[in-house]
Ligand binder design. Structure first.
Ligand SMILES: [Zn+2]
Length: 382
């Protein structure tokens, strides 16, 4: 009886959860999840198709603004009329588009992803109008954003520049420049698509194959960002306060959870500090900002005994963070799409156990990474 129940669950798994890489390199995952009547579709276009560099900075962000208008530039109204919502954002790692809504509107959601990928050419007027919107968006940036950007730059130099972009560079962009960039950014080998929720996996799978299978284009090389050794003097940022950053070898590695958990647990002792980590299975950074200069000196004053006393809180914070990634929202759907590209068989559910199992020794090492010469420093210049 038990054996046959087990066998049945194994046989059922591949039907509820389908993962496939297509011949053009695009990957998708269809996952039947327990969200009655609701589905979510997340598209992730890896930065590798079109890496940010000073001369092209912000092109991915501008493209994101434009493609979500769809082919007839009225995609938002069409989605709203069927109860769907769309969110899009661009990070250093990927251009993300997530559409969610009632199960019955899944065909429209998938057709909309198709429109996003094939929006038709954009005119110079459309580009200029969107650049004005981006200029307004820039005014809304959080005051600690320069600290975060400077930390990325301290670690990765020009490979870590803000994906928001340089509006002066973008002002020189022509429609044909943008079209060429679009082909690279949406090169199938850099795309991953996740369809989650209350759905028929067989039907969803066919739609994924339809939307992604017909794409062709540029090769994508998945070269990692190269880090710079921590400098002797801190990086300057046009903000008040300070920041620290540590390199992580990816969310799949226990030390990442230890460093994240340590910062989150120690935050209580350091009012106003904030921790930033865009989860990734690849090398990335965890950044910790503080509103006042000198706040991180407290880390150097801790002893190993202090850190061991803190260890249960570190485990608690790390496991809460891990648990947070398993809730089904737009951000996590985009993360799952990104991870599909980065670490195909990795299951986010494992992270909770990894966090619970962090050893005191790993947590002490995490503290040493934040406090020692391996951490990157940013000093606010305001
Ligand atoms: Zn924007």
């Amino acid at each position: 009886m038990i054996a046959s129940a087990l066998l049945a669950s194994i046989l059922l798994m591949p039907q509820d959860r389908v993962r496939q890489e297509l011949p053009n390199g695009a990957v998708y995952l269809v996952d039947k999840a327990d969200t009655p009547g609701h589905v979510r579709v997340a598209l992730s276009a890896s930065f590798h198709g079109y890496p940010d560099e000073p001369a092209t900075l912000g092109v991915r962000h501008l493209l994101e603004h434009l493609v979500v208008k769809g082919r007839d530039r009225a995609l938002d109204r069409k989605l709203e009329s069927q109860g769907l919502s769309l969110s899009a954002w661009t990070t250093r790692d990927a251009l993300n588009v997530v559409i969610s809504g009632p199960t019955g509107a899944l065909p429209l959601a998938m057709a909309s992803i198709d429109e996003v990928l094939n929006p038709g050419g954009f005119t110079q007027d459309e580009i200029n109008k969107e650049l004005r919107i981006m200029a307004e968006e820039k005014l809304l940036h959080a005051p600690d954003r320069p600290l975060v950007d400077a930390a990325w730059e301290a670690v990765y130099g020009q490979e870590g520049l803000s994906p928001f972009g340089d509006l002066e560079v973008l002002a020189k962009l022509t429609p044909s420049d943008l079209e060429l960039a679009r082909q690279r950014i949406f090169a199938p080998a850099g795309l991953s698509l996740v369809v989650l929720g209350d759905l028929d996996p067989g039907v969803a799978r066919l739609r994924c194959q339809e939307v992604l299978g017909k794409l062709s284009g540029w090769e994508v090389s998945f070269d990692p960002r190269m880090e710079i050794a921590p400098g002797a003097s801190p990086m300057g940022a046009q903000a008040s306060g300070e920041a620290r950053a540590v390199i992580t070898a990816g969310v799949t590695v226990p030390m990442t959870l230890a460093m994240l958990g340590f910062a989150l647990a120690q935050q209580r002792e350091m009012p106003g500090t904030k921790v930033f980590y865009d989860a990734s299975a690849w090398d990335s950074v965890i950044i910790w900002t503080a509103p006042n200069a000198g706040q991180f000196d407290a880390l150097e004053k801790l002893t190993e005994e202090d850190v061991v006393r803190l260890a249960p809180f570190v485990r608690g914070q790390a496991s809460q963070w891990a648990l947070g990634l398993t809730t089904l929202d737009d951000t996590n759907a985009a993360l799952r799409a990104k991870l599909l590209r980065q670490a195909r068989t990795f299951d986010l559910g494992q992270l909770f156990d990894t966090a619970r199992g962090l050893t005191d020794q790993e947590i002490v090492q995490a503290w040493q990474r934040w406090s020692g010469p391996k951490s990157y420093r940013v000093r606010g210049l305001k």
